[in-house]
Ligand binder design. Structure first.
Ligand code: ADP
Ligand code: MG
Length: 622
């Protein structure tokens, strides 16, 4: 018997076809891919039933590339051609990498647009290209599990990732041939995995300690919507640093110097890691590495890692302050990342938040699972099920204004997507172009912020200073990527730029910039006041000098003229002082002294304007 497919009128003849969508956790150490099948999210294993894919790529001269566990096996033998932790290099410039690296076993070369590449025997490989290999392997795994090509993927990034790093991640996906439905921050994905968007209300802390990054995020849930209240952390701190501490301890125990070659470094690091991971299950572990035999127990491990855990807890407290929350206002703590398997980490987190952290979803897989749930919605498999995801931008975005000041347009921790506009005006009479300098950072001075892009708005009709109305609009899309446009409203002249930042800012820099903005807040306020007064002083000086040159000799007697000249000189001298109140006082004096002169100029110009016109014309509003 043949079954006919019958559909109701108005509906599509085909039954709704499920689209193939995945969530990908592109990790520093390990990556995973997950999908929703029969309503349940699950991570997908390889042929040998392993779910984690080590984020490692090995290149051979004959273009043979191996990825994951296979590549990891090369790490000890062929360090220079085995790329690990490439995520740490995503979106960074050559100069950043120099500051990154204690003992990087790579040879870097500067590629296009200041982007660094790794020199391997298969040629120069960029971090984006290496990440693309990892993504491609995961996509292939998913396509064979799902029996067909993918419709799209949600890829997770640390909450800390700036514009350049997000863009680099997107580029990698493009290179791997997969459509990005959304870049989602990792803690947000973890919250989705726990179903925190369904039901409960309250504030949740997501503590994510992976191999290379630490993120703390505070989320508020209400009525099925959650919002990121604050993010913080240290994206150059993770399990790798624990391994390094253990490796160093081994060196001391074994009496080894610091002159290990890359191969030996890798061997030592991998032994350290194995020992650390074993200690999650047992009290003590035997070690045998580089000819040294010994043992490491939990107590020693704890003393080695405690300073690093302390660092994460300090970041937690800082984020609480940021969100203006007390630790007892946190309703749940979610643990994410392989390093939260360490009992010591769990203990210390519990101590800090005074509550037992949630560990019931595998901390390795929780991010990929949340991403898969989100992908399922975004690809359209759950019509009617609106999952509202609010994410935030990690650093404020703004513009350079007169006096080298940063004017914030979108403040950090603003939820995205977001669009904000602000009006600016011209500084000089007849100004026909305006330079727009887009910045990211928290500090008041441009020199302390990161420059993202510059562009010019040209063709402004000449007007007196302050008459033009230039509306600058900042738009941050759901992936956290920025678009800036400027428009002169009276003439409609427009300019716009898609901010594709030069590769360069590193996460440490983000952390530093944030920290500095707090420690320098008071200084910055003073400096801002000073710069504002200086701009005001300059404006007055320029205007009045021009007026004096033009009309001074005619409209003022010698004494008056001299008086104003002296006041102006004083103003110019005091402008260089670092006391904004002093400058303000002089501005006031000069303004007072020149009041009379201004009035006379006004009279004179009216007389001049009226000369030769009939009263009739004047009535019509000449
Ligand atoms: P990432 O997000 O950076 O890719 P993961 O979340 O996969 O990292 O975590 C990897 C880190 O977790 C590694 O440093 C690894 O050593 C550590 N890790 C995994 N299992 C354990 C364990 N049992 N005990 C301690 N650390 C572990
Ligand atoms: Mg992770």
């Amino acid at each position: 018997m043949v079954l006919l497919q019958i559909s109701e009128p108005g509906q599509s003849p085909e039954p709704h076809q499920r689209r193939r969508a995945v969530g990908i956790d592109l990790g520093t150490t390990n990556s995973l891919v997950a999908t929703v099948r029969s309503g349940t999210p699950e991570t997908l294993p390889d042929n040998e039933d392993r779910h984690l894919l080590p984020s490692v790529v090995h290149y051979e001269a004959d273009q043979n590339i191996s990825i994951g566990y296979e590549a990891l096996e090369w790490a000890g033998r062929d360090a220079l051609n085995t790329l690990i932790s490439v995520k740490r290099f995503m979106g960074r410039g050559t100069t950043d990498i120099k500051t990154l690296g204690d003992q990087l076993p790579y040879q870097f070369v500067s590629g296009e647009s200041g982007m660094p590449s790794f020199r391997t025997s298969a040629g120069d490989i960029s971090p984006v290209a290496a990440s693309a290999e990892i993504l491609r392997a995961l996509v292939e795994r998913a396509e064979s599990a799902l029996d067909g090509p993918l419709d799209g993927a949600v890829i997770t990034v640390p909450a800390y990732f700036d514009e350049a790093q997000r863009q680099a991640t997107k580029d990698a996906a493009t290179l791997a041939g997969v459509k990005v439905l959304r870049l989602l921050s990792e803690p947000t994905a973890a919250a989705v995995a726990y179903g925190l968007d369904q039901g409960g209300e309250g504030v949740i802390a997501v503590y994510d300690l992976g191999g290379g990054t630490f993120d703390i995020s505070l989320l508020r849930l209400s009525r099925g919507v959650f919002e990121v209240l604050a993010t913080g952390g240290d994206s150059a701190l993770g399990g790798d640093d624990f391994d390094r501490a253990i490796a160093q301890w081994c060196c001391e125990q074994a009496g080894l110097g610091s002159d290990l070659d890359p191969q030996q470094q890798r061997q030592l690091m991998s032994a350290a890691r194995q020992a650390k991971e074993a200690l999650a299950e047992q009290e003590s572990v035997a070690m045998d590495v580089l000819g040294w035999q010994g043992s490491l127990d939990r107590h020693t491990l704890n003393t080695l890692v405690d300073p690093l855990i302390d660092k994460t807890l300090r970041a937690c407290r800082r984020s609480l302050r940021d969100a203006e929350l007390d630790s007892d206002e946190i309703d749940a703590v979610v643990m994410v990342g392989g390093s939260t398997r360490m009992l010591r980490v769990r203990e210390r987190v519990e101590e800090t938040f005074k509550r037992e952290p949630l560990v019931n979803i595998d901390p390795d897989r929780v991010v990929a699972i949340g991403a898969a749930l989100q992908a399922d919605v975004l690809v359209g498999n759950k019509p009617g099920d609106e999952m509202l995801l609010l994410d935030v931008i990690p650093l404020s975005l703004g513009l350079e204004t007169m006096g080298g000041l940063m004017e914030k347009i979108i403040h950090r921790n603003t939820t995205i997507p977001v669009a904000k506009a602000q009006d600016f005006t011209t500084f000089k009479d007849g100004q026909t172009a305006m330079a727009i300098h887009v910045l990211q950072g928290e500090r008041e001075l441009v020199s302390d912020c990161r420059s993202l892009a510059r562009f010019e708005l040209r063709g402004i009709p000449p007007m007196v200073a302050g008459a033009a109305k230039i509306r600058v609009k900042f738009q941050v899309d759901a992936d956290g990527l920025l678009n800036v446009s400027a428009k002169e409203l009276t003439s409609g002249v427009e300019a716009h730029v898609e901010v594709k930042p030069s590769y360069g800012l590193n996460d440490k820099e983000v952390t530093r910039m944030l920290r500095e903005s707090y420690t320098h807040a008071r200084d910055d306020m003073q400096l801002r006041a000073l710069r504002e007064q200086q701009v005001e002083a300059d404006r007055l000086y320029e205007d009045l000098s021009a007026a004096l040159a033009q009309d001074g000799k005619v409209l003022l007697n010698e004494k008056e003229y001299h008086c104003l000249e002296v006041a102006l000189d004083d103003l110019r001298n005091v402008r260089e002082s670092s006391n904004h109140r002093e400058i303000a006082r002089h501005i006031e004096t000069v303004s007072k002294t020149s009041e009379d002169f201004a009035a006379r100029r006004m009279d004179a110009s009216i007389k001049k304007a009226l000369a030769g016109h009939s009263l009739d014309e004047i009535d019509k509003g000449l």
